[in-house]
Design a protein around this ligand. Structure first.
Ligand code: BEZ
Ligand code: FE
Length: 287
């Protein structure tokens, strides 16, 4: 028996694991995996995990993997519904007080939305209650940010994105790219989105149902704003009146992201929303 094996023998597996990877070439990976193992070992002790529990957990994770396909990423959905994606977003995109919070983009984003003129509608099938979103983009001092690229994407009045039903909605329906004017403003014509449930027909949906967690997301418009010299902002504008506003299964709702969709005098709805950008941090990426 060599001396090293002698030292590790009898240690709790998590400690032995950490010792074994101490000399690994990639220390960030080694420390990350060792920390995960240590946390899981604590969990096993605290929750008094049994063999049956372990079998059930492994069967669930196997099913999550088997549900993934070109069209579906159940692992991402699991990370989203456990709040892990939002936690990483919050950590990566820490912004000064007063800046609009960054949130996850979700799976329905397409990077190639067409450019729209100010005031042009992104509703290509004119289905749904008209909504005018008057967006204003400012910096932390309230000064306008002209020439900012404002990208929007949203579900329709049935809660479905264009890429979820390509045979029924025109391509790029409810997607568009705008640019702010000299006053940092842009007018986006669209239809009022409906909330929608995240996929319920897979292992993540079934787990959430067993846990009594509602799957419906409150109605929202996704917005991504890019402007030179500022951190890129990816966020949501939420309909504050949606009954699910307090129970977003993805934990993306923040008080600063609540909007009111007010009835407009000539019909439809109007919403004014101010986005506050944070300056880019020297040396950091733009996100
Ligand atoms: C969304 O808001 O588009 C979304 C985000 C994560 C999972 C499902 C939908
Ligand atoms: Fe969405």
């Amino acid at each position: 028996m060599d001396g090293r094996a002698d030292t590790l023998a009898g240690l709790p597996p998590a400690s032995a694991f950490a010792a074994r990877v101490a000399q690994a070439g990639d220390q960030r990976l080694a420390q990350g995996v060792a920390a995960l193992v240590a946390q899981l070992a604590r969990l096993i002790a605290e929750a008094q995990l049994t063999r049956d529990d372990m079998r059930a957990i492994l069967a669930f994770l196997t099913e999550v993997g088997e549900t993934c396909s070109e069209q579906r990423q159940e692992w991402v959905l699991l990370a989203d519904t456990l709040g892990l994606t939002s936690a990483v977003e919050a950590q990566m995109a820490q912004r000064p007080a007063g800046a609009t919070p960054n949130t996850l983009p979700g799976p329905f984003y397409r990077p190639d939305a067409p450019m729209r003129a100010d005031g042009e509608s992104i509703s290509l099938d004119a289905k749904g209650g008209p909504l005018t979103l008057r967006a204003e983009v400012v910096d932390l001092d309230g000064q306008p940010v002209p020439g900012a690229q404002v990208e929007v994407w949203q579900a329709n009045a049935d809660g479905l994105y264009e890429n979820q039903e390509p045979d029924q909605q025109p391509e790029y329906n409810l997607r568009g790219l705008y640019r702010t004017d000299a006053a940092g403003r842009v007018t986006i014509r669209t239809v009022r989105p409906a909330g929608y449930p995240i996929p319920a027909d897979g292992p993540v949906g079934r787990l959430m149902a067993r846990l009594g967690i509602a799957l419906d997301r409150p109605a929202h418009i996704h917005v991504r704003i890019t402007a030179p010299g500022f951190q890129r902002l990816t966020t949501h504008v939420f309909d504050a009146s949606d009954p699910a506003i307090d129970r977003d299964p993805l934990f993306a709702v923040h008080p600063a992201l609540l909007a009111t969709f007010d009835p407009a005098p000539k019909g439809g709805f109007t919403c004014a929303f101010r986005f506050v950008l944070a300056r880019a941090r020297p040396g950091a990426d733009a996100q």
